[in-house]
Design a protein around this ligand. Structure first.
Ligand SMILES: Nc1nc2c(ncn2[C@@H]2O[C@H](COP(=O)(O)OP(=O)(O)O)[C@@H](O)[C@H]2O)c(=O)[nH]1
Ligand SMILES: [Mg+2]
Length: 357
């Protein structure tokens, strides 16, 4: 499962965000390094399409898609040189598929630390870029030596030289303007800033009105990356309440369903993940596949036997199935397509697999 690492300065609200998503579990405390062991949690990705299919089928169970997230311990200035949790912290990021910056905007005299989200972002980006610079320079040296005997290493040398130039200026790779192909070619070098990023700006309750202005500034700085503003403390409190009280609290503040469902959906999309559904009386379920996957690969998400023995996938878009009111009527109408092994699944497909084991 794809994993998101929460990265930010101490007291930005990382553990509180973890708590909000997990509904409790991680320690939130107003001092640095309350978190020394990364916690790994799972967040459901709410999807109204799935809920409708479940009602249509009278499903006993509904299983949404989910993403994993880690509360990586606090980063301090100098982390790239081993300060604070140093290497431990960097390892936590290395093991993540994407980075979620948690940037503080809320003011609270009891909680030390800066309250300008751009200042938070600046410190964090410099540390990550310095850590990458160190790693990229070492790998560049090695490749230069190899290139003397092996011409094919020359391409890597050129690529790493460009990366090093950017990193030396403190620019993280995700906003250097290097092409997608170049960044892909850099994947084998495991650089921290060569991962997709998004950000959460943690605002106080008193800042909820000015939230767009705050997130816009951060989004501009991050070259248009997805930036969500939320009052993490409020969301964390709401997450611990029974559903009806939660709805009342969030609705009362004009926050609708709250920011957490939006957060998990944004995280899901950041990695180019797509959803297909299965639906029946027993359960309705959302399954995750990478954009561009074939029907057998989608079947393999359920079970490897389904992929190996794949014959065909009965397929229909979720809303057309809903219009027919169920599989039987949809089949009669001829709207259910029989797709073979070269079919590329689309987001929102509802599928039933025929296979042979
Ligand atoms: N006033 C206020 N305090 C907050 C908010 N979000 C987090 N905090 C507090 O700030 C402190 C640090 O939060 P924590 O989640 O532990 O930050 P971390 O160091 O990034 O994990 C805790 O005491 C939280 O209760 C907020 O929106 N408003
Ligand atoms: Mg923490």
């Amino acid at each position: 499962m794809e994993r998101f690492g929460f990265v930010g300065l101490p007291n930005a609200g990382k553990s509180s965000l973890y708590n909000a998503l997990a509904g409790g579990g991680a320690l939130a405390a107003p001092y640095a390094f309350a978190t020394t062991d990364p916690n790994v949690g799972v967040a459901k990705v709410p999807d109204a399409r799935l809920d409708k299919l479940a009602v249509m089928s009278g499903s006993k169970q509904t299983m949404p898609a989910s993403v994993q997230f880690t509360d990586i311990g606090g980063l301090v200035e100098g982390a790239s040189q081993g300060e604070g949790l140093g290497n431990h912290f960097l390892q936590g990021i290395r093991e993540s598929d994407a980075i979620v910056f948690v940037l503080r905007a809320f003011a609270d005299s009891d909680v030390p630390g800066p309250t300008d989200p751009l200042e938070h972002l600046g410190v964090v980006e410099v540390e990550l870029s310095l850590a990458d610079l160190d790693s990229a320079e070492r790998q560049l040296d090695k490749r230069r030596r190899q290139a003397k005997g092996d011409k094919s290493a020359q391409q890597d040398v050129v690529l790493l030289e460009e990366a090093v130039d950017h990193l030396a200026e403190g620019t993280p790779l995700y906003r250097t303007g290097m092409t997608i192909e170049q960044l892909k070619a850099l994947n084998p070098f495991f650089l921290l800033t060569n991962k997709p990023v998004m950000a959460v700006v943690n605002v106080g309750e008193d800042q909820l009105d000015g939230i767009d202005a705050l997130t816009d500034r951060v989004s501009t700085e991050l070259d248009g990356a997805e930036v969500l503003g939320m009052c993490i403390q409020l969301e964390a409190e709401a997450a611990l309440m029974p559903l009806d009280e939660r709805t009342e609290l969030l609705d009362g503040l004009g926050l609708g369903e709250g920011a957490l469902p939006r957060f998990s959906r944004a995280a899901y999309h950041l990695l180019g993940l797509r959803t297909y559904f299965t639906t029946g009386e027993k359960e309705s379920r959302a399954w995750t596949f990478p954009a561009g996957a074939t029907a057998p690969q989608c079947a393999g998400v359920i079970h490897t036997d389904f992929e190996r023995g794949f014959i065909r996938a009965e397929t229909i878009q979720w809303d057309l199935l809903l219009e027919h009111g169920g599989w039987a009527k949809a089949r009669e109408s001829g709207d259910v397509r029989s797709e073979g092994k070269d079919y590329h699944a689309e987001d929102g497909d509802t599928m039933e697999f025929r296979f042979n084991v």
